[in-house]
Design a protein around this ligand. Structure first.
Ligand code: ATP
Length: 358
């Protein structure tokens, strides 16, 4: 298998005289991306995603570590000889060449005959929904169409790895969605290995087979989107993923005790004694049915509705429960009679709660 192996790659940028803070360093990254896998590096601006991508591409040397694809050791191989393709935020098409020639350019470099390369370019343009656009010039295309051409140009040369750095961030939201769908489709069709950089959680969750969450030069967690969402490795990952209802407290004798001592719940034995957080996922919160007998398997809150917002087919409802402002997710039916200012009773199963050491 031609997996992409990133073996303990690290990089420290040199300190400049004007710089007050220490120069950025990328902590050692060890990561294997399977052939045909879509892998995203997700993290806030400045966390080192592009740095890692450039090291993989060979656009700058690493201080330590190795890059392999299958049995090929690429660490010292020039970027253009790695057989990787790259797509950036700007499409970087050659303005004086037609769309068709832009797409066929890489094949020309590989000394593939004119007829064959134009046929391949045409076929790839069809795959990205641009058949009939071959004789136009880049400035006769919209931003979204230019990114389609950039994608076609990257794929036509059958790269061993496709590296993408925020390729859709300059596009408007509906076009972004369209491009995500297109990319997901062609990536699966051509079984190309993709390393994708984004700070957009939704984009990473939609596209990826696996995600690596980065922060401050460190790869904090690797996992499938569902695993990362349901079991974030630590508070930084949880906060970056925008997880709601992160409640601070302590673990004592395998029980989580909230800071204001108003409740305690059992935790998994893997959670260490000491400062911790409890995460309540909005979709696991339910209304307490009438006449229920409360039991120890659930946690209960009484609170006042502060806000009710329709959001993508469900209602996001904020409830002030003592000192906690809980975000809940209710169906239209559940939320139908809810009004701001109303007192409601909420419950959640202990088994749905997540605990993390800080
Ligand atoms: N050539 C360089 N020399 C010195 N420092 C650099 C260099 N390139 C980037 N940096 C610094 O390294 C850090 C990581 O930058 P990088 O571009 O990898 O982040 P990123 O996660 O891709 O961010 P963004 O999403 O904003 O592009 C930043 O603090 C940046 O200022």
């Amino acid at each position: 298998m031609s997996d992409l192996r990133i073996i303990n790659i690290e990089k420290q940028y040199p300190q400049t005289k004007q710089q007050k803070d220490p120069a950025f360093s990328l902590q050692p990254v060890a990561l294997t991306i399977k052939e045909g896998e879509f892998f995203s590096l997700l993290g806030p601006s400045g966390c080192g995603k592009t740095t890692l991508l450039k090291l993989v591409a060979g656009l700058m040397p690493a201080d330590k570590g190795e890059i392999w694809v299958g049995d090929d050791h690429l660490t010292a191989v020039a970027p253009e000889a790695r057989r990787f393709a790259m797509v950036f935020q700007q499409s970087l098409l050659f303005p004086h060449m037609t769309v068709e020639d832009n797409v066929a350019f890489g094949l020309k470099m590989q000394k593939i005959g004119k007829r064959e390369r134009l046929a391949d370019a045409q076929s790839m343009l069809e795959h990205v929904g641009l058949s009939g656009y071959g004789s136009r010039f880049p400035d006769e295309l919209s931003g979204g169409q230019q990114q389609r051409v950039a994608l076609a140009r990257a794929l036509v040369a059958k790269p061993r790895v496709l590296l993408m750095d925020e390729p859709f961030s300059a596009l408007d939201p509906s076009l972004r969605e369209e491009m995500r769908e297109l990319l997901r489709g062609v990536q699966k069709e051509f079984h190309v290995t993709v390393l994708f950089v984004t700070h957009d959680r939704e984009e990473a969750f939609y596209l990826s087979d696996r995600i690596g969450v980065m922060s401050e030069g460190k790869l904090l967690q690797i996992g499938k989107p569902k695993e990362i969402y349901e079991q974030p490795a630590n508070v930084k990952v949880a906060s970056f993923l925008g997880l709601k209802n992160i409640i601070e407290g302590r673990v004592i004798n395998n029980r989580f005790v909230s800071n204001d001592q108003s409740f305690e719940v059992p935790v998994q034995t893997s959670i260490k004694t000491g400062p911790s957080v409890m995460i309540i996922r909005p979709e696991t919160i339910r209304l307490v049915p009438d006449n229920i007998v409360k039991n120890l398997q659930c946690l209960y809150f009484r609170g006042v509705i502060q806000q009710k917002i329709f959001n993508h087919g469900f209602y996001s409802v904020k409830v002030q429960a003592g000192e906690y402002l809980l975000t809940c997710s209710f169906t239209s039916q559940e939320a139908e009679n809810m009004k701001v200012g109303q007192t409601i009773d909420l419950m959640m199963n202990n088994g749905d709660l997540r605990f993390l050491n800080e």
